[in-house]
Design a protein around this ligand. Structure first.
Ligand code: MLT
Ligand code: ZN
Length: 417
C-alpha cells in the first residue's frame, strides 16, 4: 500500500488528494514565486487523525508541510523541490461578535487565512498596533508533534506560569515544530464608534510623526497604515478606484480609531492638509480599500519580490530614502503598518529567482537597526538572511529546540533553517 492509500485509510478517501491539477494549488505559494512538489495532500478532520497521519508519515520518513489556506508570503506553507481544515479569521471574528467581542488580529486575507496558519506564522495584521501579534492572543494550544504525540494545553488560565510557554513557542514556528490543531484565544470587547481617516503626507517620516501625534491625542488608535502614490496609482489602474483625495500626494496615512470623541479629535488636528474621514461602515471600507487592495494589484502586475521588514520609527525616513537607490532600476511599491515601523517593500521587475534585490533590501533594513521579517516570517524566502536578525547563539538555540522536537526533520524541511 502506498502512502496516499495508507492516509486514506485514516481520513477517508475524500480527504486525500493526489491529482496533479488539485495539488498545483497547494504546492504553489500565493506570490507564485515559490513552488515545490508533494506526493499528496491530506485534510484530516480531527487532532486524532492529524496524529495518525503524522505517525504514518514518520514511519515512512515522509516530510510534512502543514498548511492553513496557503496565504503566506514567504514560501513557508509550500513544499520545497525535494519534497484542511481550519477556521478563517473572518469566521472567528464573526462568531466572537455574536457575543459582543472581537478577535485582535485582522488582515487583508481574513476570508481565507486560517487560525492555525496565522498562529504558525504569528501573524500581525492591521490591528497589531492596538492588540499585538497573534502570540499575544494565544492562551493555549493543541498541536501534533513530529512523533505523532499530541501536546494540549487549552485551559486558558491567564495566571499560569508553570514552566515554558509552549503555545508561545508554536506561534511563529512556521510549521517546523508541530501541526496546530486547536487554540484557546483571547477576545477583546467589540469596539464601537469607529472612525477611519485618510490623509496625504510628504513621506514616511511625516507619516510617522503624524501617527505619533495622533496616538497622543486620539481615542483608541486601532490601525495606522502607510502607502504611497505608486501604490495608489496601481490601485487606480488595476482596481479602478479614483484618487482618494482632491489631489495626488507623495504618500498617505490611514488611521482607524475607536471611541465617541475619536472623529472630533482627528478633525481638530491642526497639521492635516487634506483628509477624508468616514464613520459609517461603507465609508470606512471605501477608505480601507486603498490600502487593502495593494497586495492583489501588485500581484496582478507581476511576481513581486516581497520584503517585509521593520526598522525603528526614528530610522524610517533614512531607510526609505536609501531604499530608492537599493532597488533601482526596478518598480518599487512601499506600504505597511507604520504604527509598528513595519514596511512592506514590494519590488517588481527582477526575475523571481534573482535574489540580488532581496539581499540589498534586507541588508539595508539590518543596517538601519531593523529586522528581515516583521510579520510574514522567514519561510523559505529568507533562510539565507536569518543571521542578519538573530545571533549565532540564538540560531543555535532555535536549532536545538527544533531537533529536540523533530529529530528527523520531518516537519516543514527547508523552512526557517
Ligand atoms: C498586508 O499588510 O497587506 C499584508 O502583509 C500582505 C502584503 O504584505 O502584501
Ligand atoms: Zn502586512
Amino acid at each position: 500500500m502506498g502512502l496516499p492509500d495508507e492516509l486514506a485509510a485514516i481520513t477517508g478517501r475524500g480527504h486525500v488528494f493526489t491529482s496533479r491539477d488539485v495539488l498545483e494549488g497547494y504546492v504553489t505559494d500565493w506570490t507564485r514565486r515559490y513552488r515545490g512538489t508533494a506526493a499528496c495532500v491530506v485534510a484530516p478532520g480531527s487532532a486524532a487523525e492529524v496524529a495518525e497521519v503524522v505517525r504514518a508519515c514518520a514511519r515512512r520518513d515522509a516530510p510534512i508541510v502543514p498548511q492553513g489556506c496557503n496565504t503566506g508570503l514567504v514560501g513557508g506553507s509550500v513544499p520545497g523541490q525535494a519534497g484542511g481544515a481550519g477556521v478563517t479569521i473572518a469566521e472567528l471574528d464573526a462568531h466572537a461578535r455574536l457575543a459582543g467581542f472581537g478577535y485582535g488580529v485582522d488582515l487583508g486575507s481574513r476570508d481565507s487565512a486560517t487560525v492555525g496558519g496565522t498562529i504558525a506564522t504569528n501573524a500581525g495584521g492591521v490591528h497589531a498596533v492596538r492588540y499585538g501579534y497573534t502570540r499575544a492572543q494565544l492562551l493555549g494550544a493543541e498541536a501534533v508533534l513530529a512523533d505523532g504525540s499530541v501536546l494540549s494545553h487549552l485551559a486558558g488560565l491567564t495566571a499560569d506560569n508553570a514552566g515554558y510557554d509552549l503555545a508561545g513557542l508554536l506561534a511563529g514556528s512556521e510549521g517546523t515544530l508541530g501541526v496546530i490543531t486547536a487554540a484557546r484565544l483571547r477576545l477583546w470587547p467589540a469596539e464601537t464608534a469607529l472612525v477611519v481617516m485618510l490623509t496625504g503626507v510628504a513621506g514616511i517620516a511625516a507619516a510617522a510623526a503624524l501617527f505619533a501625534e495622533i496616538r497622543g491625542t486620539t481615542g483608541r488608535v486601532r490601525a495606522a497604515e502607510y502607502f504611497e502614490a505608486a501604490g495608489v496609482a496601481l490601485v487606480g489602474k488595476v482596481a479602478g478606484l479614483p484618487l482618494p483625495l482632491a489631489r495626488e500626494y507623495p504618500a498617505y496615512l490611514l488611521v482607524e480609531a475607536a471611541g465617541a470623541d475619536a472623529a472630533q479629535q482627528l478633525a481638530e488636528l491642526p497639521q492635516l492638509a487634506d483628509a477624508a474621514v468616514a464613520v459609517d461602515r461603507a465609508g470606512r471600507a471605501r477608505l480601507w480599500a486603498y490600502r487593502e487592495r495593494h497586495t492583489e494589484v501588485i500581484s496582478a502586475a507581476g511576481i513581486p519580490h516581497k520584503l517585509d521588514v521593520a526598522v525603528p520609527m526614528s530610522e524610517l525616513g533614512a531607510f526609505r530614502a536609501a531604499l530608492a537607490t537599493a532597488t533601482m532600476p526596478h518598480k518599487l511599491i512601499v506600504f505597511g503598518h507604520i504604527g509598528a515601523g513595519n514596511v512592506h517593500v514590494n519590488v517588481l521587475g527582477p526575475d523571481p529567482d534573482d535574489e540580488r534585490v532581496d539581499e540589498a533590501v534586507l541588508r539595508l533594513a539590518a543596517a538601519h537597526g531593523g529586522t528581515v521579517s516583521a510579520e510574514h516570517g522567514i519561510g523559505r524566502a529568507k533562510v539565507r538572511w536569518l543571521h542578519l536578525s538573530r545571533s549565532g547563539e540564538e540560531i543555535a538555540a532555535m536549532r536545538a529546540v527544533k531537533s529536540a522536537l523533530d529529530p528527523s526533520g520531518l516537519l516543514n524541511p527547508g523552512v526557517l533553517f
